[in-house]
Write a protein that binds this ligand. Structure first.
Ligand code: NAP
Length: 501
């Protein structure tokens, strides 16, 4: 397969890229890189300074239909490939992702803002799912059942679900989409995808590498769209019977809307939605470990992660010491642009995100909370924000009820274990939770009591391709990664063969 040349590029920050053909502004539909039929484009900007990076094809319903046609057409041949062949292609894709880690990291940093080192980590993290599902492709075994009737053979076999639509957010522009595409392709499904408006460039780059790895035309289609057109584009996919599954990562509000829209055609759904993670520190915790865990979990991606601790619950005996140490550590974090040496916190994604963080802080202060560290926009201006620590939080404050999605530590003091568990579970969300204690019996008790899809015990960085990632309650359903990730893209068919005597 020959790659089509990339469209004329308007990238302004090209320095340092090894492969300019990864800088793409068109949609991938049926193996071709094309603009929208009406030539509409939207600007992708760098959140660090607002500079325009690219003018990307603004896809709408017409392109959604074309992509769907391509995915449907490519489906039968792709599902007939052997799992071993799919494994090889995914292995090659993994190799290409890692070979181009620096360029991909640069793209993430440019359009999303996270520090380069963190962006390189995201590339490796996303690629790890590709590697994992390459191997899972050959483990999609079925079952021979114990037939209650002698002349029958009963089997259960796993089949690809069909065409999958994937819709992803901006906070992990490669990892979120890779961990959907990889299991879908491994299972033998074809994919139509829409990345977030703010971060389409990384998704287009990894789609190019998938092509290069040998993913056949039409098997993977990637359609960037502006916020104005995105809903109509996805709406086409949701209305169509032939799209058998929607895999969505994003906010709970959008997830509920998409679930409703998927109901008339009863699509299978994986919904990876918002969180409101509690971070519990007990009197018997090792504070060095707890501070390390807090920094890793809270300040990664400037607090813009779904598993970011949103409510720090700290027991009275260590409350003041924990707050003082965390405030010191937060004050020493380096805020700056992605390519500056040693930078740990980049800008927030846009000014709307900064306004939300400010509103949460103001609401907390008005209701009696106190700022111990930070609390305002960073002197760098734009959407940079100071690492912030607030104490005296209570459960009714906005920052306790909603994801702040910024570099803000909000601390509530508690007295007893029962009180901590009640506070932790007092939310409709249940994605991640963290627990810091040296008491193994407490780990078992509290770990079991937390209403959460994932629990970090004395650990702040818990995500891994080998583990099932996902939530309970209004954080959604479905799991990504682990041996449970593949079956999200498969149906189980029971075959009963009679008359064998
Ligand atoms: P979002 O507003 O729900 O957007 C997510 C995706 O859905 C984007 O591609 C967005 O397009 C698209 N979208 C929005 N409204 C739509 C509609 N009416 N029809 C079709 N598509 C629509 O979420 P976000 O603000 O980008 O991401 C942050 C949220 O994602 C947070 O709540 C975070 O916790 C959650 N998240 C969850 C996980 C997880 O695994 N559970 C992981 C990461 C993030 P546009 O970009 O054009 O708006």
């Amino acid at each position: 397969m020959t790659l089509q040349p990339a469209s004329t590029c308007t990238f302004r920050l090209l320095d340092g890229f090894q492969r300019r053909d990864l800088l793409l502004e068109d949609a991938l539909i049926g193996g071709a890189w094309i603009g929208a039929q009406d030539d509409a484009r939207f600007a992708v900007t760098n959140p660090a300074d607002g500079a325009r990076l690219a003018q990307v094809a603004d896809c709408g319903p017409a392109e959604a239909i074309a992509a769907l046609d391509a995915a449907v057409k490519a489906g039968p041949a792709w599902r007939r490939t052997t799992p071993q062949a799919r494994r090889q292609i995914l292995k090659r894709w993994h190799g290409l992702l890692m070979a181009n880690q620096d360029d991909l990291a640069r793209l993430i940093s440019l359009e999303q803002g996270k520090p380069l080192a963190e962006a390189a980590g995201e590339v490796a993290y996303g690629a790890a799912y590709v590697d994992w599902f390459a191997d899972e492709a050959i483990r999609g075994d079925g079952e021979i059942l114990a037939s209650p009737v002698l002349d029958r053979q009963m089997t259960a076999v796993r089949e690809p679900i069909g065409v999958v639509a994937v819709v992803t957010p901006w906070n992990f522009p490669i990892a979120m989409i890779a961990r959907k595409i990889a299991p879908a392709l491994a299972a033998g499904c074809t994919v139509v995808g829409k990345p977030a408006e703010d971060t389409p460039l990384s998704a287009l780059a990894i789609a190019r590498l998938a092509q290069e790895a040998g993913v056949p035309d039409g098997v993977l289609n990637m359609l960037p769209a502006s916020r104005l057109r995105g809903a109509a584009l996805v709406g086409v996919w949701l209305d169509e019977e032939c799209v058998r599954k929607l895999s969505f990562t994003g906010s709970t509000a959008t997830g509920k809307f998409l679930a409703e829209r998927s109901a008339p055609t009863l699509k299978r759904l994986s919904l990876e939605l918002g969180g409101n993670a509690p971070f519990l520190v007990f009197d018997d915790a090792d504070l060095d470990v707890a501070i390390r865990g807090a920094l890793a979990a809270k300040f990664r991606n400037a607090g813009q992660t779904c598993v970011s601790p949103n409510r720090f619950l700290v027991q009275a005996g260590v409350h003041d010491a924990f707050v003082a140490r965390l405030a010191d550590a937060a004050a020493s974090l380096k805020v700056g642009t992605a390519d500056e040496a040693g930078v740990q916190i980049g800008p927030l994604i846009n000014d709307k995100a900064v306004q939300k963080v400010e509103a949460h802080i103001q609401d907390a202060i008005a209701r009696g909370a106190r700022v111990v560290q930070g609390g305002a926009r960073h002197p760098l201006g734009g959407s940079f924000f100071q690492p912030t620590v607030l104490v005296g939080m209570d459960p009714d404050m906005r920052a306790s009820c909603e994801e702040t999605f910024g570099p803000v530590v909000s601390v509530t003091r508690f007295e007893t274990e029962a009180e901590a568990v009640t506070l932790a579970n007092a939310t409709p969300f249940g994605l991640a939770a963290y627990l810091f204690t040296a008491d193994r019996k407490r780990i078992a008790r509290v770990g079991a009591a937390l209403e959460s899809g994932m629990v970090g015990v004395n650990e702040g960085a818990i995500s891994s391709e080998v583990a099932p990632f996902g939530g309970v309650k209004q954080s959604g359903y479905g799991r990504e990664g682990s041996r449970h990730g593949l079956i999200e893209y498969q149906t189980l068919k029971y075959i009963c063969e009679g008359g064998l005597d």
